[in-house]
Ligand binder design. Structure first.
Ligand code: FES
Length: 169
């Protein structure tokens, strides 16, 4: 009789434990961000991570983001992100022809896309008479000091869009 009671006790304990795990799982699911929030995908990058004439690759919404500090000998461009005296390139690292990842050639100060020979200058502008017909895209951003939030849209980004210096991505 007592062994039957033991068995019932253990079974009841087991069910209670399973129920608790289920409840914890349900609670965790309700705490996780909604898929729409995850998809909104804000990423903060610090421009001080950038190196002169060298690409640092970040990631935003699964896309590579090229970050580079422009050296003094590089031509300034209205697409540059300007903080104080410093100029930065922040571009989506996908060729605007068919989406390959271009590589940066520091000696030439150019991006070369190996897929079909596309080239972009150090401001991310496509070189003429090659397959890409538009510059590398600039991700939406807002800026505060040297911190850049990708996925937000601040006045600097709105101006780039209004001036036709990037496409909306
Ligand atoms: S994908 Fe880059 S040149 Fe075609």
């Amino acid at each position: 009789m007592s062994s039957r009671r033991d068995f019932m006790g253990m079974a009841l304990g087991g069910f209670t434990a399973l129920g608790s795990i289920g409840a914890l799982y349900a609670m965790k699911k309700s705490w996780d961000p909604l898929p729409s929030v995850k998809a909104a995908g804000f990423t903060t990058i610090d421009l001080t991570d950038a190196k002169e004439n060298e690409i640092t690759t970040k990631e935003w919404r699964g896309k590579p983001i090229f970050l580079m500090k422009k050296s003094k000998d590089m031509k300034p461009h209205d697409r540059d992100i300007v903080v104080g005296e410093d100029r930065y390139l922040v571009n989506v690292g996908l060729c605007t022809h068919l989406g390959c990842i271009p590589s940066y050639k520091p000696a030439e100060k150019e991006f070369l896309c190996a897929c079909h020979g596309g080239k972009f200058d150090a401001s991310g502008v496509n070189l003429p008479n090659l397959p890409p017909v538009v510059p590398l895209d600039i991700p939406p951003f807002s800026i505060s000091g040297t911190k850049m939030v990708l996925g937000g849209t601040g006045p600097e980004y709105e101006k780039l869009l209004a001036d036709g210096l990037t496409r909306k991505v």
